[in-house]
Write a protein that binds this ligand. Structure first.
Ligand code: 3PG
Length: 211
């Protein structure tokens, strides 16, 4: 049984967690290998496509250096299905106690999505202190993270949503930001073209971002 990381370990492994949308299981293994080759091991495969669970299974089985996680986890059933498919961490776009409990019971690290103080407090009540700020740039970006430094000094965030190479540095420089998340490492056109070198290059640049 593969060792499951804690949520903070997921966040600290690299400056960027790639948010991956996979339409075709054929892309899963070469994509994962390309990201790992660029220094990015924690891979968030979103539960947004019919192929998502099969993609997680393929990566978990065939790319031992990758740590596959499930994104877009919105229910206990999603968490269960992801764990069965080999996911070793979960990311949710929002927070409910049901999702928090399910991940706890499954032994699955969870990065709960939050965008307000009340959501942070609900997640903290259940023991979660490594959180995804989503949708980060739409919901206040750097200014919001600075405002949270006072009341929520014990929380580390992974801002995701609208993050790109241009704004990632400013986010990563904040003391309460452990890493960022984003979809820019896995462009759909590069996947369709089988341009895995491009993905490795994007991963390499992301892995080298200072924080
Ligand atoms: C998402 O939900 O798709 C993620 O937040 C990624 O957002 P991005 O495409 O703006 O990086």
């Amino acid at each position: 049984m593969a060792v499951k990381p804690t949520a903070l370990e997921v966040m600290l492994a690299a400056p960027v967690i790639p948010v991956i949308v996979l339409e075709d299981v054929a892309y899963a293994v070469p994509l994962a290998r390309a990201l790992v080759a660029g220094g990015i091991r924690m891979l968030e495969v979103t539960l947004r496509t019919p192929a998502a669970l099969a993609c997680m299974e393929a990566i978990a089985k065939e790319v031992p250096d990758a740590v596959v996680g499930a994104g877009t986890v919105r229910s206990a059933a999603d968490a269960q299905a992801a764990a069965m498919a080999g996911a070793r961490f979960a990311v949710s776009p929002g927070y409910t106690h049901a999702v928090g409990r399910a991940c706890h019971d499954l032994g699955l690290a969870l990065l709960p999505g939050v965008a307000t103080g009340s959501e942070i407090m609900a997640a903290q009540e259940d023991g979660y202190t490594a959180l995804k700020f989503f949708p980060a740039m739409q919901a206040g970006g750097v200014a919001m993270l600075k405002a949270w430094q006072g009341p929520f000094a014990d929380v580390k965030f992974c801002p995701t949503g609208g993050v790109n190479p241009a704004n990632a540095r400013e986010l990563l420089a904040l003391p309460n930001v452990a890493c960022v998340g984003g979809s820019w490492l896995t462009p759909a056109d590069a996947m369709k073209a089988g341009d895995w070198q491009k993905v490795t290059q994007l991963a390499r640049e992301a892995a080298a971002l200072p924080r």
